[in-house]
Design a protein around this ligand. Structure first.
Ligand SMILES: [Zn+2]
Length: 126
């Protein structure tokens, strides 16, 4: 090796030791040795990384044990039911701290089948 010829090597690189191959690491999830692709790799595969993410994500999700209340409102004649309901939602939140979780419009149509009254409900989200 020298400074001439087809395999010439510079002076500085002659004493430089070649980079070590990356050491095998232990996956934090499955505890198996793996060759890390990145310097900061922690998990052996994307599957292990995703599994840890979901485990942590599900642990952070809290179940809500607050009670909910169901109201069924019917507007008087000549009242815009949708507009009144929206106003009531706003008022309930501001005045009493009651937030509407779900609201849907339900239309009850009455039909007569075999002489009996049947109520057919059609739902539509507000
Ligand atoms: Zn793993």
């Amino acid at each position: 090796m020298g400074l001439r010829g087809p395999h010439a090597v510079g002076l500085i690189s002659r004493w430089r030791t070649p980079e070590k191959p990356p050491r095998k690491r232990c996956c934090r999830r499955c505890n198996e040795l793996f060759d890390p692709v990145r310097r900061d790799a922690v998990y052996c595969s994307a599957a292990c990384r995703q599994a840890i993410y979901w485990k942590r994500h599900l642990a952070n999700m809290k179940t809500d044990d607050r009670p909910t209340f169901v109201l069924v409102l019917r507007p008087e004649k000549g009242i815009d039911g949708l507009r009144a309901t929206k106003g009531l939602q706003k008022f309930a939140l501001r005045k009493f701290g009651l937030r509407v979780v779900t609201a849907k419009e339900q239309r009850h149509d009455i039909c007569v089948v075999d002489g009996k009254l049947h109520e057919v409900s059609q739902s539509a989200r507000v």
